[in-house]
Design a protein around this ligand. Sequence first.
Ligand SMILES: [Zn+2]
Ligand SMILES: [Zn+2]
Ligand SMILES: [Zn+2]
Ligand SMILES: [Zn+2]
Length: 306
Amino acid sequence: MAYGGPVYNEVPDTASIVIDCDAATRNLDIEMNGRPKKRATLKPRISTTNGVHELLMCPVCSNSMYPPIVQCPNGHTLCSKCKHKVNNRCPTCRHELGNIRCLALERIAESLEFSCRYQSLGCQEITRYYEKWKHEHHCRFRPYNCPYTGSVCSITGDIVSLVAHLTDDHKVDMHMGSTFNHRYVKANTLEVENATWMLTVFNCYGKYFCLHFEAFRLGTAPVYMAFLRFMGEEDEANGFGYSLEVGGSGRRQVWQGVPRSIRDGHRKVRESLDGLVIPRSLALFFSGGDHRELKLRVMGRIWKEH
Ligand SMILES: [Zn+2]
Ligand SMILES: [Zn+2]
Ligand SMILES: [Zn+2]
Ligand SMILES: [Zn+2]
């Protein structure tokens, strides 16, 4: 990778642990008796979990197994979804599977606690095995996708590393301050199938915002669209507002909106038309001259609501 900073990668932690099954089940009993409070005494606190993950990983699909976990008469386990894929034969010993459920493993899994896989990115969350997937799917520390829209970019990371990636690798312009005045110039305005798009990053209020400028067809009508995305979570994005303005010859088009989180892909934002949408004819009119070349001046402002 061409830039520094904490970029999350998929390699799991290497340490493994030994589960104390007794402790796990004893603890489960305590909770079933209705005293879930402090679990510190008996519960194995798992933070690095290769061994457990292997134990709970289906040998057929390699996904984590959730109840009902199926086992063959010799004790090999697999997930219930894969039972049909293997024609009722154990993938490990080829024995006929039958309908044996591995309750012990299900209960052990239930009693375990895991740290979030994004712990190294700052998440302190400890979840139960069965809630782990759900949490990680929504974890606010999960890496962001690169917000660059011009090509498919597989880089993910936290905001700081993505800002560095945008400026270093995508050569995106970075602007300081909360007001801007941008000119978009394009000679061949007939190219509107995703042909014009630009991204500028703004740094204000200690945060980063991406200004997108795109060309596409809305139905059959060629349009330009400008919108702002916030480099962070949606709840924080909602604390900001922004306005965009274009005009010429005494006409003005103004958009006031709330920046969208970069968790929402730019395509999603575009499809919801949550931004300043300018019909091409109007954009060319605003451009002046012979109405063939796009010379659009977009003025904008970002503010904090609270
Ligand atoms: Zn499976
Ligand atoms: Zn078997
Ligand atoms: Zn998390
Ligand atoms: Zn990228």
